[in-house]
Design a protein around this ligand. Structure first.
Ligand code: ADP
Length: 308
């Protein structure tokens, strides 16, 4: 059994337009690197996080530490681990920064312990880790980061994750304006009531999106990405959202919406060439603003966390 392992923990896009709180997919183009070493002191130690010194190193506050502890508790082990995180996904980006750390941690520790758990079982522990970041149990980022592809979170009691392999030519473009949107604030904007007519359109789209993913019907994926409920309420937080969406749709995107609770925005495409054109269109819109931003062009991740 090895004593040390390095992993790539991918970013992820949750909500995916119509699938508020129930859908997410992982992306290969951005992720954290994490190094795990066994120690003989029965302690989880987290080094200061490279690039983001403000992130907690207390293992009870860092999602990686909490996720590892949840796994060790279930296994009845007191093995210690030293954890190093090279964080490339900015916290609060809407592309699953904390979820990447939680997913990377459980996959790496499982590997170092001789793989007692399946990837699907690891999602439970990653989700417990993710809870310290958001104060709430949710798996729409940790499940795809751990498993790859698309994940539908059908329910939580017990956790029921349906994994869907991504259609083979599905590309994603994400623009991350370097502003901070707190998930809590972004949630407070949402009305607790949904008019029945809107709900009907929304669940039609969720079912359409699922069918499109299973049958690699890109056109159906595109027309199902519409979000009649959350996007119209949240888009006010994202600079240039309407113009951005119009430009990427003109550039050939299948669909476009807010990634997680923002400020990142994602678009899907059916080939790399179109994804590049979409990235250029995003760049043109955002160049006019005073804001810093980053754009990632990436295939949908097939396997989630990768052992390097
Ligand atoms: P994101 O969706 O990008 O993960 P959140 O706002 O949901 O953004 O989570 C970020 C919060 O999680 C911050 O308060 C941060 O301090 C906390 N956190 C704890 N551990 C980590 C970690 N390893 N990586 C990123 N964020 C972490």
């Amino acid at each position: 059994m090895s004593e040390e392992v390095k992993v790539f923990a991918p970013g992820s896009v949750s909500n995916v337009g119509c699938g508020f709180d129930i859908l997410g997919f992982a992306i290969d183009g951005i992720g954290d690197e994490m190094i795990f070493k066994k120690n003989n002191e029965n302690k989880i130690r987290i080094s200061p996080v490279n690039g983001y010194e403000n992130l907690p190193t207390d293992p009870k506050k860092n999602v990686a530490g909490v996720a590892i502890q949840a796994l060790l508790n279930d296994l009845g082990s007191d093995q210690g681990f030293d954890v190093e995180i090279v964080k490339n996904i900015k916290p609060g980006s809407g592309i699953g920064s904390s979820a990447a750390s939680a997913a990377g941690a459980v996959v790496a520790v499982n590997e170092l312990l001789g793989s007692p758990y399946s990837r699907m079982q690891l999602v439970d522990f990653a989700m417990i880790g993710e809870e310290v970041a958001s104060g709430d149990i949710h798996a729409d980022n940790v499940a795809p980061a751990t498993l790859g592809g698309f994940c539908l979170i059908r329910g939580y009691n017990p956790l029921d994750v349906i994994h869907i392999d991504p259609p083979k030519d599905l590309w994603c473009v994400v623009i991350h304006p370097q502003i901070e949107i707190k998930t809590k604030e972004s949630r407070e904007l949402l009305s607790p009531e949904i008019p029945l007519k809107k709900a009907i359109r929304q669940w039609g789209n969720v079912a359409g999106l699922m069918s499109g993913l299973y049958t690699s019907n890109y056109e159906l994926i595109g027309r199902s990405l519409e979000d009649h409920i959350v996007e119209p309420q949240r888009k006010v937080l994202i600079p240039e959202f309407d113009e951005l969406k119009l430009s990427v749709m003109e550039a050939g995107a299948l669909g476009c919406s807010i990634s997680g609770s923002g400020p990142s925005v994602f678009a899907l495409a059916n080939c790399k060439d179109t994804a590049d054109v979409i990235a250029a269109a995003m760049d043109t819109v955002f160049k006019r603003t005073e804001l810093d931003y980053k754009i990632y062009v990436s295939k949908v991740s097939e396997g989630g966390v990768k052992i390097l």
